[in-house]
Structure formats: structure tokens, C-alpha cells
Design a protein around this ligand. Structure first.
Ligand code: HEC
Length: 165
């Protein structure tokens, strides 16, 4: 007769595993555990794939919140207080790679995050050059975050991500 001796660690593991099965069975009887909520996938992640409808909504949001009063976009907006946004995507990548940005309070690691931060938390990093000289701090509206909805923001960022690609 064979005497199967399990190492005590193996026995422990088996015990733990069967306890796990019991727990799992118990859980099945109760309410299903809620799925972890997934962060919404930002439509702006792939700028070339931003749907036309989002771009159109983004343009509307841009005008609705008065961005055109301060920013220029060729053929669309003529503001001259803040930096022109024609090359925003490329500029954003250059900015986040810069020493100035690394020394700032900015936390963005992608162009999309940078644009979001620029709108919601403009003082995290203040752009150096504006059309009439050094950019003033605190002129970019400070409280868009209290006014703009998440869907408006996603459309706005989606549109802005198409600039300068
Ligand atoms: C009253 C003028 C004013 C308004 C209105 C304004 N901005 Fe600005 N914006 C600025 C100034 C000045 C800067 C540069 C200083 C800074 O970085 O805070 C700036 C910076 C930015 C930047 C960073 C640009 C870069 O090259 O890195 C973005 C993006 C931006 N604004 C987007 C917007 C959007 C979108 C709106 C509308 C929701 C808006 N701004 C409304 C004045 C304005």
C-alpha cells in the first residue's frame, strides 16, 4: 500500500485552494461582485481617428467657452492674447520633453494629458511665449474645470489634438 506523503507546504496550498473554491461558490450564491469600472477611453488618444462629429463638437465648445478671444487657429480663430494653437500637438510633445516643463508642476506625459492640463490647470505650466511677449500667468481662464462638462472637454481635446499633426 502506497502511502502518499504530501509535503506540508503542498498540503497547505491544497487546503487554501479548496477554501478558495468554497468562497467562490459562496460568492456565486450572493450578488455578483461589481466589475471594476473602467476609465473611459479618451477619444483623443488617436488623433487621426477623432470622428468628424467630435471635431465639430470640439469646435463648437471652443467658441462657446470663448477660447477664440485669446487663441488663434488658422481659418478658425483670431485671438492674440495666448499662444496660437495651430501646432498644438507637436508643441505639446516638445513642451513635455523640455527641462522647463520637468521643473514645473506639470504632470502630463502625453499630448492629450498636456492639453487637458492646459485647460483644467493652466498654472501647472505657463507657456513662455505669447504673441505680444512673455505669456502672462493667470490670464488663461482659471476655472474652466468648474464650467466644462467631461463630454465637452473630451470633444474639445479631441479637436485640439488634430492641430499640428
Ligand atoms: C483670456 C484669454 C484666454 C482665454 C479665454 C483662453 N486662453 Fe488658453 N491661454 C491663454 C494664455 C495667456 C496662455 C499662456 C499662459 C499659460 O500657459 O497659462 C494660454 C495657454 C493655453 C494652452 C497651452 C498652449 C501651448 O502652446 O502649450 C492651451 C492648450 C490653451 N490655452 C487652450 C485654451 C482653450 C481650449 C480655451 C477655451 C476653453 C482657452 N485656452 C481660453 C489665454 C487664454
Amino acid at each position: 500500500m502506497m502511502n502518499i506523503k504530501l509535503h506540508k507546504n503542498v498540503r497547505r496550498a491544497l487546503l487554501a485552494a479548496s477554501a478558495g473554491i468554497v468562497l467562490a461558490l459562496t460568492a456565486c450564491g450572493g450578488e455578483a461582485a461589481p466589475e471594476p469600472t473602467q476609465a473611459p477611453v479618451a477619444p483623443a488618444a488617436e488623433p487621426t481617428k477623432v470622428p468628424a462629429a467630435i471635431v465639430e463638437k470640439g469646435k463648437t465648445v471652443f467658441n462657446q467657452y470663448g477660447c477664440q478671444a485669446c487663441h488663434a487657429i488658422q481659418g478658425f480663430a483670431n485671438g492674440a492674447v495666448g499662444p496660437a494653437l495651430d501646432n498644438l500637438y507637436t508643441n505639446a510633445l516638445k513642451t513635455i520633453a523640455s527641462e522647463e516643463y520637468k521643473r514645473s508642476e506639470g504632470k502630463a506625459t502625453t499630448a492629450e494629458e498636456y492639453i487637458r492640463e492646459a485647460v483644467l490647470n493652466p498654472n501647472a505650466f505657463v507657456v513662455a511665449q505669447c504673441p505680444t511677449g512673455p505669456c502672462p500667468k493667470g490670464v488663461m481662464i482659471q476655472n474652466f474645470k468648474d464650467q466644462i462638462s467631461e463630454s465637452e472637454l473630451e470633444a474639445l481635446i479631441g479637436y485640439l489634438m488634430t492641430l499640428g499633426r
